[in-house]
Design a protein around this ligand. Structure first.
Ligand SMILES: [Zn+2]
Length: 370
């Protein structure tokens, strides 16, 4: 029996109401703009279910990847794409496949200050060039650099760290010569602005950014990966989220306001979580990040545009966000109930995902496509 899934299709080649007729093995037919049918009814040998949004997969554009279990766990939450932002030993690189997982291996980190656990410390530009060539030789997808420290959760201030603008500019040039783009961990308006002026492709985190700098991102086509949940540490509306220091709450509030400003200004916002950092779980963090964006007033459609289209673009995954790529269907159903966003992995390359948890009912694909 075929299954008809209908809802709002959001992909790089569809945007609007439609239906996917899925046969065994994930072979599918796409109908755009078909009229709505009654949910859960079996007609003419087809089982029809209605979902709010149907997407080819969510993509987490900022994780720190170490094991294949983390890739599997992400899939259980509908997160089929991952962009590894680096670890000290570069363990994420062996999991990179260029189509759903990409990796910077190890970040380039200044001799002093934040970031030693994320990559390799470089002493000067010559040392930096040596590491760049070594990383390129290993097959990294992009270069990750440390452009500032982190936001202190108690004081709300940015701790010391990061390369100065001139050094960042050199890294961007040297990386470009090797055919690589650069992404910068940057917090605090000055550091973010320096990174943008240096020519980075994306700003990671970007806490405490001014609206002028946001406009610079828009003008120069720089991606922004805001990682709200990574700093908040708990979902919006929970006691922990409301109980942070006043300074922390102010930083978060600025980030949420900036999200709305960024979308209005046309900044390409991608969704990332810092999964792999303490307390930030793979897959689930994407949903909690989405909850935060929702609390900032963004629509589910705007959020999915970031989490599916922009994140995959930033990773350089050419076919990830398409329903028309010729492969068996990959599909995730995303919906919102009582202010919480959930995602169900339906199919991954035509096959069911999982089992994800022992106590969980079988995946939608398994229940319906047999
Ligand atoms: Zn990170």
């Amino acid at each position: 029996m075929a299954v008809v899934l209908q809802g709002r299709l959001l992909s790089s080649d569809t945007n609007g109401f439609g239906a996917l007729h899925v046969e065994e093995g994930g072979i599918f037919l796409l109908d755009e703009g078909v009229p709505s049918r009654t949910d859960g009814k079996e007609t003419q040998g087809q089982f029809c279910i209605e979902e709010q949004f149907l997407v080819p997969g969510l993509c987490d554009a900022h994780v720190h990847l170490r094991t294949s279990e983390e890739v599997q766990r992400s899939r259980c939450f509908g997160v089929y794409g991952l962009r590894d932002a680096g670890t000290r030993d570069g363990s994420g690189l062996s999991l990179s496949d260029g189509s759903r997982v990409c990796s910077a291996a190890s970040a380039l980190v200044p001799e002093k200050g934040y970031g030693g656990f994320l990559g390799v410390r470089v002493s000067d530009i010559v040392d930096c060039q040596r590491h760049l060539r070594a990383l390129q030789g290993k097959g990294i997808s992009y270069v990750k650099v440390i452009g500032s420290g982190v936001v202190n959760r108690n004081t709300g201030e940015v701790e010391p760290g990061g390369f100065p603008e001139e050094f960042l500019s050199r890294i961007v040039q040297d990386a470009a010569d090797l055919g690589l783009s650069v992404s910068a961990h940057a917090n605090g308006d000055q550091a973010i602005r320096s990174a943008v002026k240096a020519g980075v492709r994306s700003v990671e985190h970007g806490f405490l950014m001014s609206s002028e700098t946001l406009r610079m991102l828009a003008d120069r086509g720089v991606y922004w990966v805001p990682t709200v949940y990574a700093l908040a540490g708990s979902p919006p509306g929970t006691a922990q989220a409301d109980g942070g220091t006043l300074a922390l709450r102010e930083v978060l509030l600025t980030q949420l306001v900036n999200l709305s400003v960024a979308l209005e200004a046309g900044v390409r916002v991608a969704l990332g979580t810092d999964a792999g950092s303490p307390g930030i779980g793979f897959g689930e963090a994407v949903l909690r990040e989405m909850d935060w964006w929702r609390s900032a007033g963004l629509s589910l459609q705007q959020i999915l545009k970031a989490a599916v289209l922009h994140s995959a673009e930033l990773c350089g995954f050419r076919r990830f966000a398409s329903f028309r790529d010729g492969r068996p269907l990959s599909l995730v159903a995303v919906s919102e109930t009582d202010g919480r966003i959930s995602a169900r992995p339906v199919l991954f390359d035509g096959r069911e995902v999982g089992p994800c948890r022992e106590d969980e009912p079988t995946a939608l694909g398994r229940r319906l496509l047999r």
